[in-house]
Design a protein around this ligand. Structure first.
Ligand code: NAP
Length: 461
């Protein structure tokens, strides 16, 4: 009896140059980022991918899991990759051809599956139709994770507007449930992080630590800023040990002190002629009034003045990137507050930590919108986001009762990090610069600073 053989052949255009697409597709363990039929994938052999490298790939067909072993059979950078896969009772050969174009790459993807036994005519017809359907879906998704979702730049939808205004659905969205509902929204390929220089403040704890891990795992050249040398050392050791192509450097600075922010920026300017992503994540809610030795109230110094100054000082290398992003980590706590001029200079007599924190975070959102407009021509996109309610040392320290009561519903740091990591590379986010405050990869209206007076206050400050 002759064997059943199924073929497909599809072509797509990609925005990335061929060498980057090639480097990405050779890392077959990232196949789960774009192939919806893959449940999990991992590399079995050590070192850089090369002919003979092997990968374990677990396919998902309904409730069934189908294990396969793939091997790189042929490689001709940056034009050809041939993968040979073996499953129980069938073999697959994936042949990927890349053709460099004046801008981007044309990719032709051919797959041939050979079954050890012949199917009945009906099973064969149904199988071929399903195969063609899944293959088309997979190729479209590969295009989307690399180019972004072109026809769906995120905008404010009536549903999110309604949920946000009704407060309760909006608040439920801050919990781990919100993450679960949104996590499959808008995936992004690790190829878009590889080799990009990213500066992250507050990477030694909580959300920042999870962001650092994920960015290095996806191949970024990461610089983590922290104030504690021992924590920075630990983080460097931990991340350098990851089986990832990203790298990590650390810089020590107490960001509540402007002199240290200036020194930090000077060091970064000496070492990096371009910075692709700046993530202003360091921040805290302080329940006691305290003035830094430079005379600024501590919440304002750490959560607003420091990210403002650092971003302004790093503007030259951000502009030099040609395609940079700035991400301000704000907070849903600011939903309770409009911007008030006097709110930016809290006084000891009536100091309230959550109020000062909310004012500072609202300030960060206004800055994001203003900077987005101002620097759009330099290719810089600017975003403000809220990570949700996340179980971190910072939350436990600043709001112990809230942390205790909501603990079962809080997000993990990795869940809180998800939208920050997405904003750092997603092409669709880049196209939606400044128009938006992000929660769970969607735009939320309460983030929008609608009153001109807010902007005037902060810009004159
Ligand atoms: N957790 C939440 O539910 C939540 C909700 C909304 C927004 N956020 C925001 O998310 C960001 C991260 O918070 P988190 O919950 O992950 O808190 P966290 O666990 O306390 O982490 C905060 C990070 O900022 C650093 N940092 C604080 N003050 C600093 C200073 N003066 N100089 C340098 N680094 C400093 C901390 O360094 P150390 O490791 O040395 O302490 C730490 O790495 C903050 O901007 C926070 O406002 C959090």
């Amino acid at each position: 009896m002759t064997k059943s053989v199924w073929h497909i052949n599809k072509t797509i255009d990609l925005d990335l140059p061929a060498d980057r697409v090639f480097a990405y597709l050779c890392r077959w363990d990232t196949v789960e980022e774009w192939d919806p039929t893959v449940f999990a994938a991992r590399k079995l052999t050590k070192g850089m991918p090369g002919v003979g490298s092997r990968f374990a790939v677990n396919l998902r067909m309904g409730w069934k899991r189908i294990p396969m072993i793939y091997r790189i059979r042929e490689m001709a950078p940056p034009r050809l990759i041939v993968m040979a896969g073996q499953g129980a009772g069938f073999r697959a050969v994936d042949r990927i051809r890349l053709e460099p174009r004046p801008v981007g790459t044309r990719l032709t993807y051919a797959v041939e599956i050979t079954f050890d036994q012949r199917h009945s005519p009906l099973a064969d017809r149904i199988g071929r139709a399903l195969f063609d359907h899944y293959a088309s879906w997979t190729i479209r998704r590969l295009q989307a994770v690399l180019n972004g979702f072109p026809r769906s730049v995120p905008t404010l939808t009536p549903m999110t507007r309604l949920a946000d205004r009704a407060i309760l659905p909006g608040l439920i969205g801050f919990t781990s449930l919100g993450y679960t509902l949104g996590k499959h929204r808008r995936p992004v390929a690790s190829a878009l992080y590889a080799g990009r220089t990213m500066v992250l403040t507050g990477g030694t704890s909580g959300i920042g630590r999870a962001v650092a891990r994920e960015l290095v795992r996806r191949g970024a050249k990461l610089v983590v800023v922290g104030r504690d040398a021992e924590k920075l050392n630990q983080l460097r050791k931990e991340l350098a040990g990851l089986p990832a192509e990203g790298t990590i450097e650390t810089e020590q600075a107490d960001l509540s002190l402007l002199a240290e922010v200036r020194d930090l920026a000077a060091r970064l300017l000496r070492r990096h002629d371009h910075i692709d992503v700046l993530i202003n994540n360091a921040g805290a809610l302080f329940n006691r009034y305290h003035r830094t030795r430079e005379g600024i109230e501590r919440t304002m110094a750490t959560d607003l003045v420091s990210p403002y100054l650092l971003t302004r000082l790093l503007l030259p290398p951000l502009k030099a990137s040609g395609d940079a992003r700035i991400i301000n980590v704000a907070s849903g706590g600011m939903y309770t507050q409009g911007m008030r001029a006097e709110g930016l200079t809290p006084r000891p007599s009536d100091y309230d930590g959550p109020t000062a924190y909310a004012q500072a975070k609202r300030g960060l959102v206004i800055l994001a919108e203003t900077w987005a407009r101002k620097w759009a021509a330099s290719g810089i996109s600017v975003h403000a986001m809220h990570p949700g309610w996340v179980d971190t040392p910072g939350l436990e320290r600043s709001l112990p009762a809230f942390h205790r009561q909501l603990r079962p519903w809080l997000r993990t740091p990795a869940q809180g990090a998800d939208t920050i990591v997405w904003l750092a590379a997603a092409p669709d986010a880049h196209r939606a610069s400044g128009s938006s405050g992000w929660i769970e990869k969607s735009v939320r209206p309460m983030f929008l600073a609608t009153h001109a007076v807010h902007q005037k206050t902060i810009l004159n400050w």
